[in-house]
Design a protein around this ligand. Structure first.
Ligand code: ADP
Ligand code: MG
Length: 309
């Protein structure tokens, strides 16, 4: 659906995107995860044809954007990082303006504008002007503007920065919903929780380089962090601990108060064996927790720095 090959973009002496190759398939929610200045917005501007690459090729829906800029734009809905609205025009007119730009007219135009406002949870604010809206409402209106023409591909650039939790949840739910309705989504964020929550695949980006791409499970496997199994129970004894330590995949095991912590590269594989040992030693298990390395750990391990400074 979206294909980048060895794309390079410079701003003066800054390399904003450094030789990026990427494929996003139809139906995905693909996330660019990276800190400020990583190159997320640049990648999006390139995909939308808003800026030209210095090197490399980009195609959308099989169309090379160099030769098919207009056709590509019709297939896209962009929610830019900076909110772009007419502050003194009613919400309805804002959506209508962008829907007209995308080619909608007449009865269909009205229908789609109404549908988009409804979708953004702003049906009752159609006559209100953005000037009086909260940050979250403006953001949702901006989304309505981008989706009224029902684009095949929806691109959202950090749509949840600086807004209230309720609007945030609404937006994340909208992303899932739009995807279910058939749109391919590209989503950028510096919040790893969001990327984990909604993205089917994630590209980790730092200093203009795409350092890794994969599902969150695939990304976790890239780092040599151990998983941790925490077992809470009564009558955890020394024999039991020694038997668990003797299991092949156990890196380390120790008791901590009334719980037992086991470090292993493969928790799922050995869980059954551990439970068997506990049962044989008459341990009464109250709770088992599996702690996996998160994307923050992955980012740190791949780039040597934290996602948020
Ligand atoms: P992100 O969206 O991940 O925060 P950007 O794509 O905005 O990152 O920026 C990537 C790099 O390119 C940064 O170093 C930024 O300062 C630089 N950059 C982005 N846009 C411009 C521009 N229009 N002119 C000069 N430098 C830019
Ligand atoms: Mg940005």
């Amino acid at each position: 659906m979206i294909r980048l090959r060895q794309v390079l973009k410079r701003y003066g002496s800054t390399i904003a995107l450094d030789n990026i190759s990427l494929d996003v398939s139809t139906g995905e929610i693909f996330g660019f995860l990276g800190p400020n200045g990583a190159g997320k917005s640049t990648a999006i501007s390139l995909i939308c044809g808003l800026v030209k690459p210095d090197q490399g090729e980009i195609s959308v829906d099989g169309l090379d954007i160099r030769h098919n800029a207009l056709e590509v734009k019709r297939r896209l809905g962009l929610v830019p990082q900076e909110i772009a609205l007419f502050d003194n025009l009613p919400a309805w007119d804002n959506v209508e303006f962008f829907a007209k730009l995308a080619g909608l007219r007449g009865a269909l135009l009205k229908e789609r504008v109404s549908e988009a406002l409804e979708f953004a949870g702003l049906a009752d604010k159609a006559k209100g002007v953005p000037k009086g809206f909260s940050g979250g409402m403006k953001r949702r209106l901006n989304i309505a503007c981008a989706i009224a023409h029902r684009p095949k591909i929806i691109i959202m650039d950090e749509p949840t920065v600086g807004i209230d939790p309720q609007s945030r949840n609404h937006i994340l739910e909208s992303v899932r919903q739009l995807n279910k309705l058939g749109s391919t989504i590209i989503y950028t964020t510096h919040y790893m929780e969001e990327a984990e929550e909604i993205c089917s695949r994630i590209g980790i980006i730092d200093h203009g380089r795409l350092v890794a791409t994969g599902t969150k499970e695939e990304l976790r496997l890239l780092v040599n962090e151990e998983e941790k199994i925490v077992i809470e129970g009564t009558d955890l004894n020394f024999t039991c601990l020694e038997q668990i330590k003797a299991l092949g995949l156990v890196k380390d095991a120790r008791t901590k108060g009334q719980s037992l912590e086991i470090l292993t590269p493969h928790a799922q594989t050995i869980l059954q064996d551990i439970l068997f040992i506990l049962q044989r030693n008459l341990v009464k298990v109250r709770n088992i927790t599996l702690v996996e390395p998160d994307l923050e750990t992955v980012f740190l391990s791949l780039t040597g720095r934290k996602l948020r400074d």
